[in-house]
Design a protein around this ligand. Structure first.
Ligand code: MLT
Length: 263
């Protein structure tokens, strides 16, 4: 792991290997280690996995959290690493950030992988839920977050049989700072709708869904893939909302096949 200063913030990032670049963007409120099986495996690629501002080991400023801020940080990171173009692989909020990068720097993106993600903006109910969660975190800190999120983001079989995955998830959530969690919730609440953008995506796209994802149902992910001209769609069994960590072998197989077929 390296520390690189990007846009004035110290950013923790794993950079492994040589070759074409693959930028992994984690979800909320996780960190770069959720991609550890992909980073360990896809050895023909330069794998780049940063902690987003406010999460993992990256700096957590008091203000400026939006999907646009995260996207600008990643453009700054690519510039610093002298990466001209890359494949984006984003999980959930990482996918929302990938859509923003497609708006901002389309010529730098060769292909797109959306994992456990969606194109829709927040519903009114969802926005109210984010505000409630912000109030809760401001009042009592991030201590209860892991216990609330773990049963929602993992498949039943993961919870029952993979204590190491549960523990890693708990560690990642605990590492996120209060500023980062509150900022991330506001960014999620205010994110733009990307449904129209899908139709204009002309690069190869892979959409991966977890069969037991309670946050992004399989049908919603399938509809997103159907609306994206060159998308291929895969459902991975025995996975919830953290498919790359819950089912690394199946995820790596699908990812490798997609990457190997890129022009
Ligand atoms: C994530 O994993 O990034 C979050 O589930 C995103 C969300 O809550 O919309």
């Amino acid at each position: 792991m390296e520390h690189i200063v990007v846009r004035g913030l110290t950013t923790a990032v794993d950079v492994e290997g040589d070759g074409r670049s693959l930028l992994f963007i984690h979800g909320f409120p996780f960190d770069r280690t959720m991609w550890r099986h992909q980073i360990a495996t896809l050895s023909e690629w330069q794998r780049i996995a940063p902690d987003l501002r406010g999460m993992g080991l990256s700096d957590a400023p008091a203000a400026s959290y939006s999907i646009g801020d995260y996207a600008d940080d990643l453009v700054g990171l690519l510039d610093t690493l002298e990466v001209e173009t890359c494949v984006l692989c984003g999980l959930s909020m990482g996918g929302y950030i990938a859509f923003e990068l497609l708006r901002r720097v389309p010529s730098r993106i060769e292909a797109l992988v959306l994992v456990n993600s969606r194109a829709a903006s927040e519903t009114d109910e969802g926005r109210a839920g984010r505000d409630q969660m912000i109030d809760l975190v401001r009042a009592s800190g991030t201590g209860q977050l892991a216990e609330q999120l773990i049963p929602k983001v993992l498949a039943a079989s993961t919870l029952a049989t993979m204590p190491q995955v549960v523990e890693q998830l708990r560690t990642m959530i605990a590492a996120a700072s209060e500023e980062g969690v509150v900022g991330g919730l506001a960014a999620l609440r205010d994110r733009q709708d990307s449904s129209e953008l899908l139709r204009s995506i002309s690069i190869p796209t892979l959409v991966i869904a977890g069969a037991e994802d309670q946050i992004v149902p399989v049908d919603e992910a399938r509809r997103m893939a159907q609306a994206t001209p060159r998308a291929v769609f895969t459902v991975i069994s025995d996975a919830g909302h953290l498919t790359p960590l819950e089912q690394p072998v199946a995820t790596n197989r699908v990812l490798s096949e997609f990457l190997a077929a890129l022009p």
